[in-house]
Design a binder for this molecule. Structure first.
Ligand SMILES: [Zn+2]
Length: 105
């Protein structure tokens, strides 16, 4: 009961928020066991890269890619929003998305 009401307000210290956290942080999701299990199951069922298949190539898929990115409201754990991609195709898709210009015309 002897604790005095010592309130120290440091309102003059500006709150620091790292800029990286302004982007949608998906890392927690991608590290979750739920996602890893789904990814493994999906790649077991869909072992070939869908993008390469469209080009008549056969390449092993190593990435379960979200067709609609989670950051754009795509379903995280829905097979229908997933496609199997090899690393090469996934990297080029990511690069396209990062450039911010969709190829829709
Ligand atoms: Zn591919």
């Amino acid at each position: 009961m002897a604790q005095g009401p010592k309130r120290i307000r440091r309102s003059w210290i500006p709150e620091r928020k790292p800029f990286e956290q302004r982007a949608v942080d998906n890392s927690r999701f991608y590290n979750s066991r739920t996602w890893r299990n789904l990814r493994k199951r999906f790649l077991d069922a869909n072992p070939l890269c869908a993008e390469c298949e469209r080009n008549g190539e056969v390449r092993q898929a190593t990435v379960a890619d979200h067709i609609i990115p989670i950051s754009r409201g795509g379903a995280e754990l829905d097979d229908k929003n997933l496609q199997p991609l090899c690393k090469r195709c996934h990297d080029s898709k990511s690069a396209r998305e990062r450039s911010g210009r969709g190829g829709m015309g």
